[in-house]
Design a protein around this ligand. Structure first.
Ligand code: ADP
Ligand code: ASP
Ligand code: MG
Length: 391
């Protein structure tokens, strides 16, 4: 019998009614004769609320304790979904990440899955039960509870699918991957298919629809990801295959919540050391002319004020731009076809009144760092020129 991993994100389980709807969907798959393993996220904005609660207790909570707190969010939704399934007459059991055998490294707040040992998941699937696994969490070799970083339930789903030899379906409030965030651009196009590499670049550059590490896992394991909407629609985007050279722009995206750190070349090692001790992992590092630039996404950095203080203590010449730092990116093989796209991005930023603070052009992505507040305007302009007007 074929096995499927179905992942439902926070908006899909935001309230009791939605949990019931998800249960009906899972029950239908189970009655179709599929063995179903479900991965769930925390309900709605629960993770944000738990983080805010922690910040009310302490301005710089320890990452270990934050992980204990945040993992509670997924426990709530997994138990509720199991109850809803039982009420529909579908035998179900819920597991924490640890019980499901999601083994990670020790890096609290952004742990990586190192192995999946789904012994109990198999036992229960073999008994004919639907197995519900809490996303976004695992356990370290020292039996510490860890989280995988924001959006990490996608990674749980892909890792479980790889380990179970299952299909992987990721359900959210959007029926696939679009050429831009439908909340930012009116009428973007849904892509029927996108390569692992392009999807990874989009996700790294801020497109939240799938988690970048989940896509990296899928690529490594050769798993196709089916991105679908929880509500009805039969449309989907399949993430599989490799980026083909050619003229395509796959998508335009923006990112906020960054810090741009500039240090003298000689201070780079000390700066990276100070940052990594607080769990701040750069997305890009570049150096030239005696200066180095470090780009830090702050999503999973829960002690940023402390980290920034320690950075400046370690490297007094460090310049930190963290008040409104963001970026705009264009992703697709066309990025590698010459400097045209880079110049388009610079021109678009200038038209929205921004001078790029830094630029990066690679084979699949052009990124310009700028004020986060201006980035959505630049995305709309670039989407119009590079996607809508390009036909
Ligand atoms: P979930 O909570 O189910 O994990 P997310 O909020 O993480 O869902 O991801 C879905 C959201 O991603 C959509 O609501 C959409 O606004 C956003 N998004 C950003 N970029 C894109 C894109 N290129 N295509 C589709 N959705 C996108
Ligand atoms: N609940 C976690 C978050 O909000 C994980 C996830 O949704 O994938 O980031
Ligand atoms: Mg998500």
């Amino acid at each position: 019998m074929n096995v499927v991993v179905q992942k439902f994100g926070g908006s899909s389980v935001a309230d009791v009614e939605k949990v019931r709807k998800v249960a009906e969907r899972v029950a239908a798959a189970s009655r179709d004769g599929r063995r179903v393993c479900v991965v769930v996220s925390a309900m709605g904005k629960t993770t944000d609320e738990l983080l805010a609660l922690a910040k009310r207790i302490s301005p710089s909570p320890a990452r270990r304790e934050l992980d204990m707190l945040l993992t509670a969010g997924e426990r709530i939704s997994m138990a509720l979904l199991a109850m809803a399934l039982e009420d529909l007459g579908v035998p179900a059991v819920s597991f924490t990440g640890s019980q499901a055998g999601i083994l990670t490294d020790e890096m609290h707040a952004s742990a990586r899955i190192v192995e999946v040992r789904p012994v109990r998941v198999w036992e229960e699937l073999d008994r004919g039960r639907v197995v519900i696994v809490a996303g976004f969490q695992g356990v370290s070799p020292r039996k510490e509870v860890t989280t995988l970083g924001r959006g990490g339930s996608d990674t749980t789903a892909v890792a479980l699918a790889a380990s179970l030899g299952a299909d992987c379906e990721i359900y959210s409030d959007v029926d696939g991957v679009y050429t831009a965030d439908p909340r930012v651009v009116t009428g973007p196009r849904r892509l029927d298919e996108i390569s692992y590499e392009e999807m990874q670049e989009l996700a790294r550059a801020g497109a939240k629809v799938l988690n970048a590490e989940a896509v990296e896992f899928a690529r490594e394991k050769g798993i196709a990801i089916h991105a679908r909407a929880t509500s009805g629609s039969t449309a989907e985007t399949v993430v599989r295959g490799h980026a083909a050279p050619g003229g395509r722009v796959a998508g335009v995206t923006s990112q906020k919540g960054l810090a741009l750190v500039e240090v003298p070349w000689g201070g780079l090692e000390a700066a990276l050391g100070a940052l990594s001790r607080r769990g701040a992992i750069p997305s890009e590092v570049a150096a030239h002319g005696g200066r180095a630039l470090v780009v830090l996404p702050l999503d999973n950095v829960h002690e940023w004020t402390v980290a920034r203080g320690e950075l400046v203590a370690a490297v007094p010449d460090a310049a930190v731009d963290d008040r409104d730092a963001g970026s705009v990116s264009v992703v697709g093989a066309r990025a590698g076809a010459g400097p045209g796209l880079l110049l388009d991005v610079v021109a678009a930023l200038r038209e929205v009144g921004e001078e790029p603070r830094a630029l990066l052009a690679g084979p699949l992505r052009v990124t310009a760092w700028c004020a986060a507040a201006r980035a959505p305007d630049a995305v709309r302009l670039l989407h119009r020129r590079l996607v809508e007007e390009a036909g």
